[in-house]
Design a binder for this molecule. Structure first.
Ligand code: TEU
Length: 596
């Protein structure tokens, strides 16, 4: 950290712990099998007790739910399935009473195809809202009258399809990079930008503290709309990834700076941009650098996309060394270059972390979840916890039928494509199934497990939830059992998270703002790092990412003052202060060090 760096300057949004709610699956209070805003309000004491400061809810606006609310039909109306604007006002005030805040999801790369703006836009070529979206004539029309999309770009949530949707009424295509139900807004048009600023002010004026901004790095498109290079086998892929023409496009920073000038600079906000597909440090610093005047932080996807950069539905063996190098790279980068990190390993688009990064078997799930909790609560940046992560929820069991239990449009499209292109190739089809079992977004979307009653307390007994509840709530994977868990020797996963968050806050100058030193980067199973505050307080974190007993050689330069915590026991562990440190399978350790 250089002397001029403002990295360690304290800000509420840096040291807040944020809890992401997937509203349809959080808490149903009406008995219709869907979560709702009143359900969030009913749980604010729970969140406070866990140590949460800011609640971020995925979209709750009016929506036909083609992509679970990421297709918005009215930005100023709450979908009746979730409640009303009054309910949100009430939630904000209940949070405020507890010194907590609400962060909304801002989805403005695209709207729903049922948004009034789009209905007007598609109604005629001369409608005043025509250029609020991106319309292009077909590249060509065959003799038989079949039109060809303007470019060869593939849809993101269904790569077998074109990113362009043909509209019969005016004989043109509109750009819809996610699904046809999510037409992209035309940010080149200043009227569109003004309409977005207006939506933001509407919510900020109601007391909302800020926004998580959905795919905010896709709002600027390369205006020449070229064809994408052919990287997927053209025999099975008619359309190709076009992301290079709309990820961090030419005017992104102009738009974000305008947003800052027009809106954000006038409020005390928290802002996090979802930015898939970008790993270039210089480019990222243009957004999250302390003086960039854009956003507080972004989500960097290198870790959750460890299988294959920017490809969600992929599986590849990866090792702990790769994981370490990704973590260390971004920890160091933000410290050295005066940016700011978000710390997350789960969200509604990714599987459960115990399944993905550790071992979710009955034997090791709890230990694995604590290992990940220790890591998350000791890394630098703003910490995000995803609903259910605090009780160690895991992926849906492989026995669940994909056809019957999986609801996500990405999974449905992906499985349809697999069944089409691998119909004569059972091995490949099996691989597709495996990818779904490990990576589908559905795994994060099963209802929250509150207690050991029918439906896990998510919705009343006898009600059919919108998505199947996992059966393992009966085996202790539920909030109530874990909160009241009593043992002389150990904590429950929930209690461990609670304590980890407390420790993080107590030593914020170390764990939130401190320096980060990578230790033994070559070790194949141990992730170890030091965290040091500006005043010289140093802690050591040692995490065994393997199911084996190992011994880790403590570097001589590190002088352990005392071992503060092990993921295995409640009290301080008795471990040697120098030499070889034994770690049990998936064990994590935290030590306070002496500085000499
Ligand atoms: O996700 C953007 C998206 O495409 C993700 O799949 C992203 O590429 C991935 O997480 C990187 O690992 C956002 C929303 O979070 C998602 O739920 C929506 O479906 C999508 O935008 C469209 O709004």
């Amino acid at each position: 950290m250089s002397k001029s760096s403002s990295y360690a300057t304290r800000k509420w949004w840096k040291e807040s712990v944020i809890y992401q709610i997937y509203p349809s699956s959080f808490q149903d209070t009406t008995g219709n099998g869907w979560g709702d805003v009143k359900g969030i309000t009913a749980r604010v004491d729970y969140l406070k007790q866990l140590g949460i400061d800011v609640v971020w809810t995925s979209p709750i606006y009016k929506s036909p739910q083609a992509d679970m609310g990421y297709d918005i039909a009215d930005y100023k109306v709450i979908d009746p399935i979730y409640g009303s604007v009054d309910d949100v006002d009430n939630l904000v005030s209940e949070l405020k009473k507890r010194d907590m805040k609400l962060m909304m999801d801002l989805v403005v790369n695209h709207t729903s195809n049922e948004h009034e703006w789009f209905l007007e836009s598609r109604s005629s070529k001369t409608n005043p809202k025509r250029h609020w979206y991106i319309w292009k004539p077909p590249k060509s029309v065959s003799d038989a009258g079949v039109p060809e999309p303007p470019t060869n770009w593939a849809q993101i949530l269904g790569e077998a399809n074109s990113a362009w949707t043909y509209d019969n009424q005016t004989g043109e295509y509109y750009l819809s990079v996610f699904t046809p139900e999510q037409p992209d807004l035309n940010w080149e048009n200043p009227e569109v930008r003004e309409a977005v600023w207006d939506v933001m002010r509407f919510w900020l004026d109601r007391g909302v503290a800020g926004f998580r901004m959905d795919v905010i790095n896709m709002i600027s498109k390369v205006p020449t709309y070229p064809d994408a290079p052919v990287v997927l086998d053209p025999a099975s892929h008619r359309y190709q990834p076009g992301t290079q023409f709309f990820v961090n496009g030419p005017k992104l920073h102009d738009y974000l700076q305008e947003m800052h000038r027009e809106v954000l600079s006038k409020y005390d906000t928290i802002t996090v941009g979802e930015m898939p597909g970008v790993s270039d440090e210089n480019e990222i610093l243009r957004t999250v650098g302390a003086n960039a005047g854009e956003l507080n932080m972004i989500f960097i996807f290198d870790l959750v996309d460890i299988d294959k950069p920017n490809v969600r539905m992929a599986l590849k063996p990866w090792d702990v060394k790769e994981m370490k190098s990704i973590i260390s790279r971004w920890q160091r980068c933000m410290i050295e270059r005066d940016g700011w990190n978000s710390v997350f390993i789960e969200n509604h688009d990714n599987p459960r972390s115990v399944t993905r990064y550790a071992d979710d078997s009955d034997e090791w799930r709890d230990k694995s979840a604590k290992l990940l909790a220790l890591m998350q609560t000791t890394l630098g940046g703003t910490l995000f916890v995803y609903q259910g992560e605090e009780i160690g929820m895991r992926n849906a069991p492989t026995e669940w039928s994909i056809e019957e239990e999986y609801k996500d449009i990405e999974t449905i499209n992906y499985w349809k494509k697999c069944k089409q292109i691998y119909k004569d190739n059972p091995k490949q089809l099996e691989h597709g199934r495996k990818i779904i079992h490990m990576k589908a977004r559905d795994h994060a979307r099963t209802p929250m497990q509150w207690n050991n009653q029918e439906n896990a307390g998510f919705c009343p007994p006898g009600v059919k939830p919108w998505m199947r509840v996992m059966d393992d709530y009966k085996q202790g994977i539920n909030a109530e059992d874990q909160m009241k868990f009593e043992s002389d020797n150990e904590l429950s996963t929930w209690q461990f998270w609670q304590r980890g968050i407390q420790n993080r806050k107590k030593h914020a100058d170390v764990f939130v703002y401190g320096d980060y030193q990578e230790i033994s980067p070559e070790d194949p199973t141990i992730l170890a790092y030091g965290r040091t505050s500006q005043s010289g307080e140093r802690w050591l974190v040692v995490l065994n990412f393997s199911g084996k007993d190992v011994e880790w050689a403590l570097p001589e330069s590190l002088k352990v003052e005392f071992w503060a915590c092990s993921t295995y026991i409640k009290d301080q562990p008795d471990k040697p202060q120098k030499g070889k440190i034994p770690l049990k399978p998936w064990e994590g350790l935290l030590a306070k060090c002496k500085i000499e």
